[in-house]
Design a protein around this ligand. Sequence first.
Ligand code: BJ8
Length: 425
Amino acid sequence: MPVDRHPMWESLGMDLETHDVLCSVLPTAFSDTFLSQENRPEGMAFWDMVVADVHGIRPQELIDEQAKGRKVFGTFCTYVPDEVVIACDGIVTGLCGGSQFWVPDGEKYLPADMCPLIKASLGARFGKTCPFFRIVDQIVGETTCDGKKKMYEILATDVDMHIMQLPQMKRPKDYVAFADEIADFAKNVEEVTGVELTPERLAEAIKVINNRRKALARVYETRKNPDIIPISGTDALLMMQIAFFDDPVRCAQMANNLADELEQRLVDGVSVFPKGTKRILLTGTPLAIPNWKLHHIIETSGAAIVCEENCTGTKFFTNLVDETKETLPEMFQALSDRYMQINCACFTPNKARIDEVLALAKEYHVDGVINTNLKFCTTFKTEAPALEKVLEEAGIPVLDIETDYTDNDAEQLRTRIEAFVEMLG
Ligand code: BJ8
């Protein structure tokens, strides 16, 4: 018997009627996208359970922890170091909106020609239709793209915000500056949580988040096998999307269990796609939950996604934080050194992303790359021609796609993707 979450949502001041509409469409979207797949790993049962009650199970856990005095921090970006929050006994939850459902409420405050991720995120808060946005004690923003920066100003009229100043270049002095910014962030987290940050606490938190990275990387490692595809890209994406919300220790444990199963699948020769299925690397803007659109279209058009080079993919777990540092300043620098290696299009220059895509295309034995861009994300869009040029020179076919959260272009996308897959031979 499913638990009735309405009393909890009501206590959060949510718009119950509108939220019920969202709750009524999600199960169909989930079942069409996920349950229609064959031969899914058994380990996916955990993520299926979480997503089946995505606005219930985890929000209730967060509320229970708040009742014990813990604080919840909402974030929008993979540059925000979870370690600092965890070290002060805080909890981190991702907030990026991935549904068209929230966009109209966002457009009441933002220009229509803004990226849907930004509009959906603001809409989720101001429309009172997302429990995570209602629960958070503080939202942590960052100076990445212009749209997000301006959205944070509007959010700040409604909720406590802390903004991290992220450098936009990667010179040695920028690495130092970001370490300094992390130190300021730590002071803020100490104030909000009332917990003093000690080197011992931060060292432990660094290990926790590194363990999560290692576990997620293990799952991805199995996707590099050139002959067997042990998990669909759609399922791998779901694991990644929920990693932003889940407790990091449980996330690592579940991902390790899944990796065990996938490694066994490689031994047993169990593949979720027939031999010869074209292997795709997806790169570009992140895919916030429940944005499953492209994965579903690609994987029902004769291809399999074997790697996501984006923030809901490799960028989230690649590179570990050095665990050997002993003082807080050294640890802040170690955190900066790891986080500054993320190659977001907000940086200039950002050639390292292109090098990374090329390297991953080889590691994952891909037949083609799909470069996807959320409409009106100018930074990622501007990088597309340079990326295409490098891939084409390396003999790797590329398809460039721009889309939003609506289904209006689904058929057109399917036609283009099917033609691309056919072209791969
Ligand atoms: S590190 S990709 S999570 S900023 S898609 S909101 S960039 S207009 S999400 Fe991102 Fe951090 Fe970069 Fe990753 Fe702006 Fe583009 Fe929208 Fe974007």
